[in-house]
Write a protein that binds this ligand. Structure first.
Ligand code: UD1
Length: 448
């Protein structure tokens, strides 16, 4: 491949420089879009690679900011992370010198906490920053810590850091979560693979990304099995080996492009799209009136019913997999703003995930925030260009969707947050006919 020159984190421009998207909306999107590898799988696979000193190789890794942060975090530990060509990462953890995951990593990305289980289990100790800093209460990590303690770890919390040790080896044990936690489940699995004896984890997350992690661990020689839908059992091994794995496609990115076609009245084919991982979301899209056709690894989206008879309101509720993913609640909200009638949205997982609706309201959506878990969206609204600000990844992508559906020009500040989890989103939208400009905050708009 001509452009397969290796590039590294250090070579890249400052990754978190504030950016602005300027989007001229109101044009139906059409064409084909390739879906990238799943962020929420890739990050855990990279963490899992620290369970062995042998080299692991990952393909279909999304080129996103969070993956680069994970690579940088691993390199700081002394792990060799190579990036020989786009979408391929190799991780070799033979010489881990520094069992310390600093605040800088944790502040950038909550998934840095995925290093707790594997490092503690393999090396018997780690000092790792609390990804919520001292802001305990919202998105805490107590369930991860409890799981490690159940396996015999001693963990003290001081000055924003967890000091974890496992005298001897971790012990396999029964890990019972009071609620379903995705990364908590995955951290427990990673720790259990090298623990002494048998572990039972339940209720275990049922997310496809968790199963992708299990598939990789089995290639490494781990004895891990989902014995019931909500139960994962692990027999600890003394050593694991290197392995190769292709990351599954990103169902959240796919859902985002489904909404892009739907709210612009376009027709789009998603390639390498995981229809079978999107059941609850696609069922809602169909109920609203979006045309969905699933192929072997494609999803065809027909948004023209928007132009014909319009879409219908639907009540939605997020839930752990196989329910509607909380990460797809914001895109779904944009879709519902274009449906006739009032849709009730119940966000059951997080307390701050409806806040972005305030920005959608600035664009003309008829939104009522009832409390931190409930909102009502009445439609259809004629969205129009506005100046909006995004504070997080999923809200950011959703404001892009709203801007694509709106008449006029929308300026989205904080656009760099989107690059945390979406590979080349601006380019992918442009290839479907969108007019988007991306620039550094503070620089003037150029006409394209
Ligand atoms: C993962 C996903 C995120 C997704 C979320 C829910 C990754 C990298 N991120 O996040 O995109 O939105 O699942 O599907 O995979 N909780 C606690 N204590 C804990 C852990 C969680 O109280 O120690 C609570 C959380 O505040 C939340 C609920 O449990 O209310 C579920 O969160 P969890 O499934 O753990 O989310 P993450 O794994 O952080």
């Amino acid at each position: 491949m001509a452009d397969a020159k290796p590039f590294y984190w250090e070579d890249r421009p400052e990754p978190v420089a504030p950016e602005v998207f300027t989007i001229e909306g109101g044009r139906p999107l059409s064409g084909t879009v390739p879906i990238s590898g799943a962020k929420n799988a890739a990050l855990k696979l990279m963490a899992a690679a620290t369970l062995t000193g042998e080299r692991c190789r990952f393909t279909n890794v999304p080129e996103i900011e969070d993956v680069r942060v994970m690579a940088e975090t691993l390199r700081d530990l002394g792990v060799v992370v190579d990036h020989p060509e786009p979408n391929v990462y190799e991780v070799a953890s033979g010489d881990v010198e520094w069992l310390f995951v600093p605040l800088e990593a944790a502040a950038k990305m909550r998934a840095s906490f995925m290093l707790l289980g594997p490092l503690l289990s393999r090396f018997g100790r780690v000092i790792i920053s609390n990804p919520g800093g001292d802001r305990i209460g919202r998105r805490p990590v107590d369930l991860h810590v409890d799981a490690m303690r159940a396996m015999g770890a001693q963990i003290d919390y001081r000055n924003g850091y967890f000091f974890a040790t496992a005298p001897g080896r971790l012990r396999g044990s029964e890990v019972r979560f009071p609620t379903v936690t995705v990364m908590g489940t995955e951290n427990a699995i990673l720790a259990a693979t090298l623990a002494e004896g048998h572990s039972v984890i339940r209720p275990a997350a049922r997310e496809p990304e968790t199963d992708d992690l299990i598939a990789f661990l089995r290639k490494m020689g781990a004895d891990v099995e989902r014995t019931y839908a909500d139960t994962i059992e692990v027999n600890g091994k003394r050593r694991l080996r290197g392995a190769e794995h292709a990351v599954i496609p990103d169902r959240i990115e796919a859902g985002t492009f489904v909404v892009a076609a739907a709210v612009t009245g376009g027709t789009v084919r998603l390639e390498r799209a995981p229809c079978d991982h999107l059941g609850a979301f696609l069922e809602i899209a169909e109920r609203v009136g979006v045309g969905i056709t699933c192929g072997t690894d494609t999803i065809d989206v027909d948004g023209t019913p928007l132009l014909d008879g319009g879409y219908r309101a639907a009540d939605v509720e997020t839930a752990p997999y196989p329910g509607l993913a909380t990460d797809l609640q914001p895109p779904t909200g944009v879709l519902l703003s274009q449906a006739t009638g009032t849709s009730n949205v119940h966000e059951t997982i997080f307390e701050d995930r409806l806040e972005w609706l305030g920005e959608l309201r600035k664009m003309g959506a008829d939104v009522r925030l009832i409390d931190e878990h409930h909102a009502a969206i009445a439609g259809p609204s004629r969205l129009s260009g506005a100046e909006v600000e995004i504070g997080d990844l999923r809200a950011g992508a959703s404001l892009m969707l709203a801007a694509l559906a709106a008449t006029g020009t929308t300026t989205i500040h904080g656009a760099h947050h989107v690059h945390r989890g979406y590979e080349n989103i601006q380019r992918k939208f442009q290839d479907l006919g969108a007019r988007i400009e991306r620039r550094a905050e503070g620089t003037p708009v150029t006409t394209s």
